[in-house]
Design a binder for this molecule. Structure first.
Ligand SMILES: NC(=O)c1ccc[n+]([C@@H]2O[C@H](COP(=O)([O-])OP(=O)(O)OC[C@H]3O[C@@H](n4cnc5c(N)ncnc54)[C@H](OP(=O)(O)O)[C@@H]3O)[C@@H](O)[C@H]2O)c1
Length: 321
């Protein structure tokens, strides 16, 4: 991943996803947004379909996308459909991949879970946050590789988080089998793995015309916080005494939170850009990482050797399931 010259765009951190695509025509582009039925993903879908793209919302329960489908039914300009996908279950990922037909111009790997309180396992026996946020997306991307290549100039966009800054990937105990499970460590490591996924795909798939990037959407009030209890939310200052959610000043709206995803997935400004990490609609600075880090992308997440090692780990995990 090169960071010699940091890329910039004219968009501020507060730009909305629709503003990013103002004047852009995505007619004929076929895209998948995982977790596209709620939160940042739903606004990603709205903006991409609003610019004319044909979007498949990948969601565990397609009925969750009924509202989005109704918004675009017959009205255009884009098309929105929904398909079942449980990233935590490889049988579901395999079925989704098998059902996909034709070229795929972009995939936004947006689905995620955060801070699951206790160590839970996927049907394959993987820790749930790593299994969902990273290994499920790895399997999905690998399964759809030929469809991405068929598009000619496809884009893979992986939604990470600032939480990656605090946690390098733990190759010695990736599944928390020997150390005590810690919900935030598991989330942070899965989000470092997400950045490394983009770094690995960028190098491996460059010759296939597939670009891969990662991003931090910023803080957005969504369902992601569902695993945090009220006491924790109050401690973070995002829940008042009456139980109402509070948007802190640095919080973005979902439409603002979707902007960087949309920028990387579809803006002509970033055509061909690969192997880079963005936040607030700009390429991020590479920083040391650690508990004090508040922005940028950690060097541990941009490391090509770590990306290769993780790719091998994921491939082995998939074959030994
Ligand atoms: N909100 C923030 O402040 C923030 C900050 C940094 C990063 N992020 C990242 O942004 C992304 C979107 O999160 P959000 O804030 O928009 O939260 P959200 O509203 O909870 O959306 C997450 C989506 O992930 C999907 N999902 C969860 N488990 C899944 C599974 N096993 N298979 C398939 N889909 C699954 C859910 O879709 P279904 O239930 O429909 O299947 C849900 O719509 C996540 O990757 C998150 O880590 C968010």
């Amino acid at each position: 991943m090169t960071t010699e010259t940091r890329l910039t765009t004219p968009f501020t951190a507060r730009a909305t996803a629709a503003e990013i695509l103002d004047g852009v025509d995505l007619t004929g582009r076929r895209m998948i947004v995982t977790g596209g039925a709620s939160g940042i993903g739903a606004e990603t879908v709205r903006a991409l379909a609003g610019a004319g793209a044909e979007i498949t919302v990948a969601t565990r329960d397609p009925s969750n996308a009924a509202g989005l489908l109704a918004e675009f039914a017959g009205a255009g300009p884009g098309v929105v459909r929904a398909a079942g996908l449980d990233l935590a279950d490889l049988a579901s990922v395999d079925a989704f991949v098998a059902a996909w037909e034709g070229p795929l111009h972009a995939i936004v790997a947006n689905a995620g879970i955060m801070a699951v309180p206790s160590r839970q396992l996927t049907p394959q026996g993987w820790e749930l946050q790593l299994g969902t946020n990273y290994l499920g997306h790895f399997a999905l991307l690998r399964g759809l590789h030929d469809d991405l290549r068929a598009a000619g100039a496809a884009r893979v966009v992986v939604v990470s988080s600032g939480a990656h800054l605090r946690e390098a990937f733990d190759f010695d105990d990736p599944q928390f089998e020997r150390q005590p499970y810690e919900p935030w460590a598991a989330y942070g490591r899965s989000k470092t793995a997400d950045v490394l996924l983009a770094v690995g795909a960028a190098r491996r798939w460059a010759a296939d015309g597939i670009a891969a990037t990662a991003l931090n959407p910023g803080y957005v009030n969504t369902n992601l916080q569902r695993h945090l209890d009220d006491e924790t939310l109050r401690a973070y200052g995002v829940l008042d005494e009456a139980g109402n959610r509070i948007d802190l000043p640095y919080y973005k709206t979902p439409a603002q939170g979707a902007a960087t995803s949309v920028l990387l997935a579809a803006s002509p400004l970033l055509a061909g850009v690969t192997g880079r990490y963005f936040e607030d609609n700009q390429e991020a600075e590479v920083v040391a990482g650690g508990r004090e880090a508040t922005g940028g992308v950690a060097a541990h997440a941009m490391d090509q050797a770590a990306a290769d090692r993780l790719w091998t780990y994921a491939e082995r995990s998939l074959t030994s399931r």
